[in-house]
Design a protein around this ligand. Sequence first.
Ligand code: PLP
Length: 447
Amino acid sequence: MEHLDDQQIKEDDRNYVLHSWSKQKDVHPKIIKKAQGIFFWDETGKRFYDMCSQLVYLNVGHNHPKLMEAFKHIGEIPLSAPGFATESKAELAHKIIEVAPKNMAKVFFANGGADSNDHAVKIARMYSGRYKIFSRYRSYHGATFGAGNLSGENRRFTVEPGLPGFIKFETPYLYRESIAFDSEEAAAAFYLDRLNSQILYEGPESIAAIFMESIPGSNGVLIPPKGYMEGVRELCTKYGILMICDEVMAGFGRTGKMFAVEHFGIEPDMMTFAKGVTCGYSPLGGVIVSKQIADYFDDHVLMTGLTYSGHTVSTQIGCATLDVYKEEHLIDHAAAMGDVLAERLDKLKRFASVGEVRCIGLFAAVELVKDKETKEPLIAYGMDFGRDKVGLMKKFVGMLMAQGFYTYSHESSVMIAPPLIITEAEINEAMDRFEAALTQFEKEVLF
Ligand code: PLP
């Protein structure tokens, strides 16, 4: 490959690359010149705390020696079609089943999060013989046509008019609920009762699956109230509906547990995963299915497939990644560092623009408001992608970047999800920078 200087890279990028979810003229990408652990450096030599793990996938941090080493051992057979058995595909599937909920039995490998969700929908329909799929508002399941139809926020409007049979229900969002509940359990009961009615009105015998992010991530880390996920499990069992949990963002340690469903003690019928399985060192995703579903396909054709299902390079990187989680006790570390982060986030409540902070493990969001009393959101929900019309959030994220705090926002929430290897000192340093940016934002822009 010819080596381009930074100016040439930017020029070719501008001339030849289409960037996601953006007006192309607004895209001015940085170049990562060096990266180590929780840090990366841009072309000007400026250092950034990677406080969103790129796109919430880099759990083991940049340039991890074990993963860099794994690339050197790819071997002489770096590929084989999905019909062949390979050591890394077999080993990774086995390792995933070992850490998944007890009822899980087999893995179908895909390329990333969205296509994993597409395949889960197909598997649910094949297995159940039913066609309707429930999923939630305030969810994101990916940008492919199927996953776009599952998603319940404005990115789904790109696949409208949606597919028949995809039904939306509400995600519990207590901060923005008009009813004040006495307890989390009371809130859970309210949302479960509404879901039960919706199931009855849609006809349970036509519903193949209820699809949900175990903890919705990019829509603002919306932690379910106590008893809610357990209640959805009960409804699914009662009506013979499959429960499918999307663990693409929340899985592999992000929340301080290997999978987020462990917080609720539930066993879904299927789980989808991607991001943290390889930490993005190579693309990989997949669907984990229960023993009952796995057994069904002993005698029925699994009518789906992908050219790169279980690709040798990605599954080798996946095996090395799962070893890192274990050897470095990263899941326990994430839980411990989550407590440190939660304490720092709690202190943000003194800021006039902080409506709510939500945190579980190293998965957190800070929701900003124009007015704490009225809870008027910083950014109004909108169908178009120019919803931050005044550029308020853009300004705040710009100020964070100037402080060397790299992250992204969605509507009024700012994501905080650093690599799981972050230390207590680094969390404090990064959060000092966050507070400095917020102080500046409130003074210069908001109030
Ligand atoms: N599901 C969830 C919960 C996600 O957060 C994402 C991406 O952020 C996806 C699915 C889609 O994954 P991908 O972009 O790898 O297709």
